[in-house]
Design a protein around this ligand. Structure first.
Ligand code: ZN
Length: 216
């Protein structure tokens, strides 16, 4: 009953509030990291965000047919202003979280280190800015609490800088993109200068396990 409602009725109601579902299955180039996201109706966005994500996924796959674009939490299907907890800003269909890319034994692909998609970080090196220490020293103890939400993880993957940078550049190129959140050390490591890349603030959570972005 719940699944029938989720996959047959909710999408129709979501259309009335101007939101569409991201793809549920992993056959295309834009895929959910896990099926819990669509089952919980956490995969809705405004149509321009869906077409942007679809285009980016197709571009990435056209360059390397081993790669897909993996989305994490997006938004609920309706009610502007109703947040998708724990993401307070995911409340209007304009926000989405995406996975970074990783390699396994130097081979590019779509494997991710955390089952939930969150909480396994690309840590700063000793010479890079450590935003987490800065935020925690200011009292924002929950800045890295997503480490408790991995729901299982693996440690055989390496951060894939080139493909992650390419993904962010695609996002930035599009005039509909308003802002992108990643941790300052990753922004610098990837040599990304675009002013649309912002720091989300210590009141949020660290963004070196995923990319968050929003459209206008
Ligand atoms: Zn987000």
């Amino acid at each position: 009953m719940y699944l029938a409602t989720t996959f047959l009725i909710v999408p129709q109601l979501a259309k009335l509030s101007g939101r569409v579902a991201l793809p549920v299955f992993k056959s295309g180039n834009l895929i959910p990291h896990n099926y819990i996201t669509p089952i919980l109706n956490r995969h809705y966005v405004k149509p321009p965000l869906k077409s942007q994500l679809t285009n980016i996924a197709d571009n990435i796959n056209a360059e390397n047919n081993q790669l897909k674009l993996t989305y994490l939490d997006a938004n609920f299907p309706f009610i502007d202003g109703f947040p998708l907890l724990p993401h307070l800003s995911h409340k209007d269909g304009r926000k989405v979280d995406l996975s970074l890319y990783y390699t396994k034994d130097k081979i590019e692909g779509n494997l991710k280190p955390a089952n939930s998609g969150y909480g396994i970080f690309v840590e700063p090196t000793s010479s890079e800015q450590n935003q987490t220490n800065e935020c925690k020293s200011k009292g924002y103890w929950y800045y890295d609490y997503s480490k408790l939400m991995t729901f299982g993880s693996r440690d055989d993957l390496e951060f894939d800088l080139e493909n992650t940078k390419q993904l962010i550049e695609y996002i930035l190129q599009d005039s509909v993109t308003q802002k992108v959140f990643i941790e300052p050390h990753l922004k610098r490591r990837m040599n990304l200068m675009n002013p649309k890349i912002k720091f989300q603030g210590c009141h949020s959570v660290r963004h070196d396990d995923h990319i968050h972005y929003q459209i206008k």
